[in-house]
Structure formats: C-alpha cells, structure tokens
Design a binder for this molecule. Structure first.
Ligand SMILES: [Mn+2]
Length: 355
C-alpha cells in the first residue's frame, strides 16, 4: 500500500521535474509512511525515503513506519545535516509552502538554498483518491458517528445545555472506539444554529427549538463529518419549508455526483434550488469539501472549484440556509464518487425529525 503511494508520488515528482520532496505536514507523513508520531520530517527522493524524528518518538517511528522508509532518529545530529547527506544525488527538493514554518524554511534555505522549490500540497493531490483501506476506515468512522446520532435522539435534550450535549457526544466517541473528535463538536440550538460554525453555549436547549449538530470522529487516522438538524417539539411551517428546501438541495446535489462531473456543477445544482426558493443570500458557504486524513482536504467543492470528480474521491455535500438571530438548517453527508454515480457513507436518516 505504501509502496504504491510512494510510487504515485514519485510519478508526480517526475512530471514536475522534482528530484526530492520534503514534508512536515502530519497528514502527508502519515499517508506516505504510516508514521503518526507528533513530530517528524519526511524526505522522499526518486529512489529512497527517509523519516527523521526525535528519540521521544522512536517507538512509534519503528512500529508504524513502512519498511520502504528509512527511519533516522535525531540523537546528536540535526535533521539538516542528515538531509544534506541524503540529498546528495538530488538537484532539487520540493517543500510545501503552506505547511513549512518560517524557522524550518530559514534552516533549509541556509543549508540547501539552490535546491529548494516551494510548491503547493503535493501529497494532498494523491490523497484525493482513496484506496480500499482508507474507505474502510472512513466507513467505520461514520458508523460510529451514526451510532452517536441515534444515541442523541434518545436523550432528554430539552433539559441539557448545548455544552452538556457536546460533552456527551464527545464522550461517546471514545466509548465507541474512535480516537476522538475530528473537529470541535458543533451543537447549536435556535439563534445559535444561524452561525454556520457555532460554538456550543452553556445555554439550555429548551423545548420548541431546532437543534443543529455537526460532528465527526477519527478512526485509524481518518475523519468522518456529518450534520443533522432536528427539531425539539413541533416545527413551525416556516421551519419545515426551509428544512425541505435544504433537504431537496442536498439530495439533488448528491444524486448528481459521478466520476467526470465538475465539482462546481454539483455546487450549482444545490445553489440553484436554494436560490429559486428565494434563499440564495442565506446559503453563505461552499457546498462541501474533500475529507480523509484531514476533515477538510482536497478536492474543493464550491462555486469556484475547477476540480473534476474522480473515482473514489470522498466529499461532503452540505448545503445550509441561515437566518441571523433566528435559526439555521444544514444537512451533511459524506459521499464516495463512483464510476457510474455515488455511494453515500452516512446512514443517519435525514427526513425532518421532530422529537
Ligand atoms: Mn463538513
């Protein structure tokens, strides 16, 4: 598996005339080497690959790193010295400008100035298309997420605060075998749900209100991401109307997902439904995003995205309508792009639930 990923990376490097690739980005390091320790640097040349880390992470490095990657523990020598040696046959080294810190850049520049080629996220390009193992982990992550949603529906929500509920959901994540949340759990009732990325408050959810939950977990280093909006007590006609517009936009966008489609066309399908209903101004964000080792990763799925959907990309579809100081509705699934269509990973119901 790692052999194939490293081969694919080297193919990209050759296309772009790069002899070596250096990354400090944990998601790229995990993807290419298996290493999940807190600190490490990965260097991939056309022939070899090296992981540099400190004695503190020696055990993780030895256990997790694939055999195709040489582990170099930094005892007395600095990583710069070792990189200089390991790069001797390479004329250029790509660094990812979005992830490298200024101090690492300065060090590298001093040691290797003529070899450095700043580029965008190279391994991120490869990570767009998931393999079988990755999809298995993401399905497992989402299965735990779906179980938590079922659990939430059995709680006495009106007497809990948003923070109580967020804490309960995050507790269940680990109880059910996940590593933890993939991003800070969003629990937002009423006017708070009009903020797309709301923070849970120390405020009772209460009765006769909508409740938006956007949450996900990490399983084996892979994220899930789901949003559901439910209603405590009977929903007003206005709420039901808005809910069904979002639901329709969400489903229609999902139905259009297929290999070869442009990501901005999928955005446009949802956006047109919401605009035609008169709420275009209230749909304030892009339709979705790629998800995998990072909860937000390539491909981009929005109005400006030039990406063409490819087989085994995993993306979210999450339209929303928000009314300031009143309420917001968002519905989000994770979807796998298939040759002839799509597969929805998310299993939780999305017809309006009134508790
Ligand atoms: Mn999302």
């Amino acid at each position: 598996m790692y052999e194939r990923r490293l081969d694919n990376l080297r193919r990209l490097m050759e296309e772009r005339k790069l002899d070596a690739y250096f990354t400090v980005h944990p998601a790229n390091i995990y993807y290419l080497s298996g290493y999940r320790g807190d600190t490490g640097y990965l260097l991939v040349t056309l022939k070899e690959a090296y992981l540099y880390t400190y004695p503190l992470f020696m055990m993780e490095a030895e256990e997790q790193t694939t055999k195709e990657v040489n582990v170099r523990i930094l005892k007395d020598s600095s990583y710069l010295k070792l990189i200089q040696d390991d790069l001797k046959d390479s004329h250029s080294m790509a660094i990812e400008k979005d992830y490298i810190t200024h101090s690492i850049y300065k060090d590298l520049f001093c040691a290797l100035s003529d070899k450095i080629r700043p580029i965008s996220n190279l391994a991120g390009e490869l990570r767009k298309n998931k393999d079988e193992k990755e999809i298995e982990f993401m399905k497992k992550a989402q299965e735990i997420t779906d179980r938590i949603f079922r659990h939430v529906l059995n709680l006495n929500l009106s007497s809990m605060t948003e923070l109580d509920l967020a804490a309960e959901m995050e507790y269940q994540m680990k109880k059910l075998g996940a590593e933890g949340y993939s991003f800070k759990t969003i629990v937002a009732a009423g006017e708070n749900s009009a903020i797309p990325h709301a923070r849970p408050r120390n405020v009772k959810i209460g009765s006769r209100t909508n409740l938006l939950m956007d949450f996900g977990v990490y399983y084996m280093g892979y994220a899930s991401d789901m949003t559901r909006t439910i209603h405590i007590g009977n929903a007003s006609e206005e709420f039901k109307k808005v809910y069904n517009i979002v639901l329709n936009a969400q489903k229609e966008a999902e139905n259009a997902v297929k290999k070869g489609k442009k990501a901005n066309e999928i955005d446009q399908i949802a956006r047109k439904i919401i605009e035609d209903a008169g709420y275009g101004e209230q749909f304030t964000h892009g339709l979705g995003h790629g998800v995998g080792i990072e909860v937000h990763e390539l491909p981009r799925v929005n109005r400006r995205s030039e990406e063409i959907l490819e087989e085994n990309m995993v993306i979210t579809i999450e339209p929303g309508i928000y009314f300031k100081n009143k309420f917001g509705v968002r519905i989000e699934d994770m979807v796998i792009v298939k040759k002839d269509g799509f597969e929805i990973i998310t299993q939780s119901p999305k017809e309006l639930i009134e508790l």
